[in-house]
Design a protein around this ligand. Structure first.
Ligand code: PLP
Length: 458
């Protein structure tokens, strides 16, 4: 038998051991140059071979307050001494109530009742169930359909996956759940309706009302969107988009759900993107940066009026029928409280805004220098670029070139972790990033872009 301590860190990149584990990437491809991280500090990772990486992605938009953050580590250590698990089937614990109260205080408008879980999919799925159960409890049992968007990602569980609009992750798992419809997202750079903002009348938003009407409003429970879409290549809507959704949802008694799994916890320059856009949803889901990666934590926050529907005599309603074993875990909640304290007391939202402007300028300079960036999108420390072969015609690079992947792989080789796809690349560094660190990240990207272009010539 091979005991873990008989395998050295370096050996964990050998295929004979990697054969025992699934990762998110295609295994055969990934195992040719496997990334196995050994330690981290601040905005840096080190892999098992001792190579250092600048973390321009916060792991994957998770490490909001930086790696090895003293305040969070101390809070978790203290919590370990007191209570590590409470009976989630029968109750909760003081730290969960404290974090719920804090979130209720911090979330915009009357968003003030919280359901905790461990991951993003668990809360986007909980939001869908909340919408359906809410309508049942309030006399509209026929409202069950969920409208979400193509190119979106709400998570891997079957309900969240059914709401997602990313065919590369869906098709292999079909058939998915019934009752999910998709509309086109606000991809202004390539408008699906062939229009141009602002003369377009924001058709991508107004059309959602037509979909609700065609489906029959009596059957529609919720509209779920990421305020800034991620997987479609940082889809940043025009300012009117979310207010229009808010208005049409109100008029048809449809709940508006924001998936802020990435955009929450300060990433767009305010604690929630709901504030960045000035629109309060009925349900807000957040995760990733909320616990900064120190323990698994996600939260679904709903408006007072919705939560109230779940109170009342048991003969009339069974409460919110949804739950997982580890919800409201005290260690995770202690991490969440410490992370929020860190964000608030160090004004990391302000830093996200300031460094976000620097990041925007950096991306724009690269666009000018190389002529292969057609669009720069996003807000705060959640921004990306779309690569094109021709900035005038917006013609993309041929699929077989996979230009964004070339750049991203060069960046990894050069010691920079960022998010990349065939046609786009994004940065989402920890909110604690300094101007100097951001410049260093941009410099490595600059070099990697140059090398990727050079590779096209050889
Ligand atoms: C916008 C968004 N929603 C939901 C999820 C699902 O979160 P998790 O992977 O924690 O289940 C993700 C994960 O990347 C995401 O980016």
């Amino acid at each position: 038998m091979i005991l873990p301590d008989l395998i050295t860190d370096a050996q964990t990149t050998e295929e004979r051991f990697l054969r025992h584990i699934f990762v998110r990437d295609q295994m055969a491809e990934w195992s040719r140059s496997p990334l196995v991280m050994a330690k981290a500090d601040g905005v840096h990772y080190w892999d098992v071979h001792g190579k250092r990486y600048l973390d321009a992605l916060s792991g994957i938009y998770v490490v909001s307050v930086g790696h090895n953050n003293r305040r969070v580590l101390d809070a978790i250590r203290e919590q370990f001494e007191t209570l590590t698990f409470s009976p989630s089937m029968h109750g909760t614990n003081p730290v969960a109530v404290q974090l719920a109260t804090l979130l209720a205080e911090l979330a915009p408008g009357d968003l003030d009742a919280v359901k905790f879980q461990c991951g993003g999919a668990e809360v986007t799925e909980a939001a869908i169930k909340l919408a359906r159960q809410y309508h049942k409890l309030t006399g509209n049992p026929g409202k069950y359909k969920v409208i979400s968007r193509y190119l979106s990602w709400h998570g891997s569980t079957l309900g969240a996956l059914s709401a997602s609009g990313l065919k590369s992750r869906k098709t292999v798992n079909e058939p998915l759940a019934p009752g999910f419809l998709h509309v086109f997202p606000p991809t202004c750079y390539r408008c699906p309706f062939g229009k141009s903002y602002p003369d377009c009348g924001v058709t991508c938003a107004t059309l959602v009302e037509s979909v609700i009407e065609m489906e029959d409003p009596a059957t529609v429970a919720a509209v779920m969107v990421e305020p800034i879409g991620h997987t479609g290549g940082i889809i940043d809507p025009p300012p009117e988009y979310l207010p229009i959704l808010r208005d049409l949802c109100d008029r048809h008694n449809v709940l508006l759900i924001f998936d802020e799994i990435i955009t929450g916890a300060g990433r767009t320059g305010h604690l929630f993107a709901a504030e960045t856009f000035g629109v309060t949803p009925d349900v807000l889901c957040t995760a990733k940066g909320l616990s900064g990666g120190y323990a698994p934590l996600s939260a679904m926050i709903c408006r007072r009026g919705i939560a109230d529907a779940f109170w009342g005599p048991v003969a009339e309603n069974p409460g919110f029928v949804e739950g997982h074993t580890f919800e409201g875990n005290p260690i995770s909640c202690a991490a969440g409280i410490a992370v929020l304290r860190e964000i608030l007391e160090r004004d990391l939202c302000g830093n996200a805004r300031a460094q976000g402007e620097r990041l925007r300028r950096g991306f724009e300079a690269l666009a000018k220098k190389y002529g292969v960036i057609g669009d720069v999108r996003g807000k705060g420390l959640f921004q990306g670029v779309e690569f094109v072969r021709d900035t005038n015609t917006k013609e993309p690079f041929p699929a077989e070139v996979g230009f964004g992947v070339r750049v991203g792989r060069r960046a990894l080789a050069n010691g920079l972790l960022c998010r990349f796809d065939p046609n786009w690349l994004a940065f989402g560094p920890p909110l604690v990033v300094t101007a100097e660190q951001l410049d260093e990240m941009l410099a490595v990207l600059d070099r990697s872009l140059g090398e990727a272009l050079e590779s096209l010539r050889t």
